[in-house]
Design a protein around this ligand. Sequence first.
Ligand code: SF4
Ligand code: SF4
Length: 296
Amino acid sequence: MSRANHPHAGYITHHFAASGTDIATLSAFLAELVATDPRNVLPEGDNPPIWEAPAVGIAAASDPLFATLKQPGVVGPIHVDADHWLTGAKSVVSFFLPFSREVKKSYDKHARLPSLEWVSGRQNGEVFVNVARRALARYLQSQGGRAVVPTLQRHYQAVDLIPMWSERHVAFIAGIGTFGLHGGLLTEKGAAGRIGSVVTDLDLLPTPRPYTGVYEYCPWVTDGTCGACIARCPVGAVHDTGKDHQICLTNGRDHIRPAYAAWGYHSCGHCQNNLPCTDGIPAAKKAGSRPLTALT
Ligand code: SF4
Ligand code: SF4
C-alpha cells in the first residue's frame, strides 16, 4: 500500500501496533493517541497535556434509545439516527476524554474566574478532540469498515443549542455515564471532559450500560444529597432542577471573555471542577428512578 493510500496517511499520522475492534483494543488505541500525539498539549507554559486516557463505549446503531432521543424534552425532533450519517451503520463508538491532572489542579477552588490552563484547554483542547475523532474513524476504516464523524459533517448543525447529534446522549447509550444535575456526563473518569463519537458499519459488540436511570450517578437527583454544583456556579445558572444554558453562556460572554480578552478564551468550568463528580462517579451514587423522557 502506498503511503498516500495508507489509512493513517494525511492529517492523522498516528500508528498503532495492535489490531482489532473489541472495546479493549479501541480503548488502547485512544489511550496511546492521547499519550503520544504532540497535539495533546497546552500551548502555554511548559506545555502540559490537556487530556488523559478516555472512557470508551460502543452502542448498537439499532439500540431503541436512539429513537427516544427524537422526543421533545429529551434532545428533540432535530436529532437523527446513526444511519443518517452512514447508510448501513451498525455501531457507534463513543469516548469521554477527561481533562488532565495538570489542568484540573490549576483550577482554584476559591477564585471567581477559571484558570488560564482551563480556558486554554477548553478552547485549544477541542482541536485534539477532533484529532481523536478523525483518528478513530481512520482506525476503524483500517479494520475494514466505513466510518464517519457526525459532528464534522458539513451539514451537522445545532439549532438554538439543540444538536442533530448529541454526543452526550450517545455516550449515555454507549454505557459511559449518566447525567448530573449540572447537565454534564458523570463517568468513571469524572465529569470534567469532552465527548466524541464515530459511526461505523462494523458490527461491534455493544458495551453494557451499568445503569438504568438517566441521572443514576448524581445523588442530588436520586436522593436529594450533594447539590454542590448549585452553590459552585458563580452566576446561579445551576438550580435544583437543572442548568439554565442562557445564564451560563452570558457568564462566559460578560465575565470570562473580558477577563481573558488578551488570550481569546471564554469558558467557565466551575461546575466541572472541585466537586464530588470531578474525578469519578460520586461515592454516594444511588440507583436512579427517572425514565429517559425526563431528561432535558
Ligand atoms: S456536584 Fe453533586 S449534584 Fe452536582 S452533578 Fe455532581 S454529583 Fe450531581
Ligand atoms: S459553566 Fe460556569 S456559569 Fe455555566 S453553569 Fe457551570 S459554573 Fe455556572
